[in-house]
Design a protein. Structure first.
Length: 278
């Protein structure tokens, strides 16, 4: 039986009920085939699948030294502490760019440069760094791209079949996914860059038209993302997975779903017993 990640089943159940969560509805949704993991995160040594029902719980599926699939239940708070990354800002570069723009005495160019420094530079640097390390398989990133692809393939197969996917079904799936979080970053960079260019070449005589064009850029980019028309850009952050990496992804989905089904069953039984006693 799976261990309880909380101090008390009763206390946790009360917290969930106070939060407006209908346990019966949750349980029905849980055992249905339409349920799916909230989010997954590929790492260099495996894939983490986060629980939809229990935000503090996640399952890490990885390969051990004996080339066997290993499952570990972990606390999300610990994950968050590990993956926090402090992005150092290049203050000298920013000062040079702002100083140059001021010398140009062009308020629009100045505004565009400040906008770039505030909203684009750090994300762009981070994305370029990740792409470089994944595609060139730098130390610590050798398998990140392939695990990322395996994650997408298994989840795509899950959505298609509405059940735990088989290896055969997963292997046929695309390594691109509409639900990939990297697309949020890519779209943000695209939108902000286009807006930044619009600001740099701003024509105050056509103020209303400029605003409409910015709104158009945002709407069209988000629509294109939603339709999956730019999913091909995920080739930058994925590599072709091996068979064992696909199996790791499948096992991760299987374990997180099994955990949630079993745990909800335990909590439902406890709740029923409490009601009988009271």
């Amino acid at each position: 039986m799976l261990s309880n990640p909380y101090k008390s089943d009763k206390i946790n159940l009360q917290k969930m009920e106070k939060g407006g969560i209908d346990m019966k509805q949750r349980y029905d949704k849980k055992i249905s085939n339409t349920y799916y993991p909230k989010m997954a995160e590929a790492q260099n040594d495996g894939i983490i699948f986060y629980s939809l029902m229990f935000p503090k719980i996640a399952v890490k599926s990885s390969i051990n030294q004996d080339d066997k699939i290993e499952i570990e239940f972990i606390n999300v708070n610990k994950i968050e502490e590990i993956i926090k990354e402090k992005r150092k800002r290049k203050k000298i570069l920013k000062i040079i760019l702002i100083g140059t723009s001021i010398l140009l005495k062009n308020i629009y160019v100045t505004t565009a440069i400040i906008f770039f420094l505030a909203f684009i530079l750090e994300d762009l640097k981070y994305f370029i760094k990740i792409v470089y390390k994944i595609k060139f398989k730098c130390k610590g990133y050798e398998k990140l791209g392939s695990f990322h692809a395996a994650e997408h393939m298994a989840i795509n197969a899950y959505f298609r079949s509405k059940k735990i996917p088989t290896f055969k079904a997963s292997k046929k799936e695309s390594r691109f996914s509409n639900k990939c979080s990297s697309m949020n970053l890519i779209c943000k960079i695209i939108i902000f860059t286009m807006i930044d260019l619009k600001i740099a070449f701003w024509d105050k005589q056509y103020f209303v038209i400029n605003i409409i064009e910015i709104i158009f850029i945002i709407v069209v980019t988000k629509l294109v993302k939603q339709k999956g028309l730019i999913n091909f850009l995920q080739i930058l952050v994925t590599n072709k997975p091996t068979d064992i990496e696909i199996k790791v992804a499948i096992q991760g989905i299987k374990e997180i779903k099994k955990f949630e089904v079993d745990y909800i069953s335990q909590m439902t039984d406890i709740n029923t017993n409490i009601e009988k006693v009271s």
